[in-house]
Design a protein around this ligand. Structure first.
Ligand SMILES: *Cc1c(COP(=O)(O)O)cnc(C)c1O
Length: 244
């Protein structure tokens, strides 16, 4: 795994923040409404600590085991640097990759936000485990908004119904929707995908799905986060733009 020099991370983060601010300007939004989730899957612990030092407290991983290991390593490292301080800096982990039902149990200990709910069975498994732990788990419903074949996410046409069912699970907190766009060199091509998620979100709000806490759109990666922010993203999941 790569180690990215701290100065490089600072410079990259500054640039990401500038581009988010510019996109917010164009869209008449506040940059305070956009959270940067640093996706740490391709870098080493030192680089993760670097991005935390640079001021990012939301971290994302796409695999269960790496999320669990990472969370433990980061907590131990922060604790070591600030003895007696329980780690000091509050880190919020985000599970952004596909989640299998038999992997739910280990990740709940990390108290992550789970972005990848795409079936009722998965949601029910999380709900059952969370109930045993006395937890309320923040989740996003992953929707497949792109025309081309995507592996993950519920179809747009099935999303409202599933969201309503999630609303009945007492130990889940449906806080928003997530989507992934197709890979492309030209970020403008992803705009219809993000606009579609935004429309679906507004339709759900119109039908009173989710209530007050249902207010997040997790969309946009390194290739396309400025367009996602223009279309209403409140969480961008950025890896390579920070760590290259
Ligand atoms: C890896 C990953 C990202 C970040 O991708 P970059 O292109 O490195 O920004 C975002 N979302 C998901 C679901 C990912 O797996």
């Amino acid at each position: 795994m790569m180690t990215i020099p701290r100065e490089k991370i600072d410079e990259n983060l500054r640039r990401v923040r500038e581009r988010i601010a510019a996109a917010c300007d164009r869209a008449g939004r506040s940059p305070n409404d956009v959270r940067i989730i640093a996706v740490t899957k391709s870098v080493d612990l030192e680089s993760v600590l670097g991005v935390i030092d640079a001021g990012v407290q939301d971290l994302g991983e796409s695999r269960v085991q790496q999320l669990v290991d990472r969370a433990a390593d980061v907590a131990a490292a922060l604790q070591y640097r600030r003895p007696g301080d329980q780690g000091g800096i509050p880190i919020q982990w985000h599970m952004i990759g596909a989640l299998q039902r038999n992997k739910v149990r280990p990740i709940l200990d990390v108290r992550p936000v789970i972005h990848s709910i795409d079936s009722l069975r998965l949601a029910e498994e999380i709900n059952t485990r969370a109930e045993r732990n006395g937890q309320a788990v923040p989740v996003l419903l992953e929707v497949n908004c792109s025309a081309e074949e995507q592996k993950h996410g519920v179809a747009v046409g099935a999303a409202i119904h599933l969201a309503e069912l999630l609303g009945t699970l007492k130990h889940l907190r449906l806080i928003g929707l997530m989507t992934m766009a197709q890979q492309t060199e030209n970020m403008e091509e992803t705009r219809p995908v993000f606009a579609r998620l935004r429309e679906l979100f507004e339709e759900m709000r119109g039908e009173r799905v989710g209530g007050e806490i249902f207010r997040h759109l997790s969309m946009g990666m390194s290739q396309d986060y400025p367009v996602a922010v223009e279309e209403g993203a409140t969480m961008v999941r950025v890896g390579s733009a920070l760590f290259e």
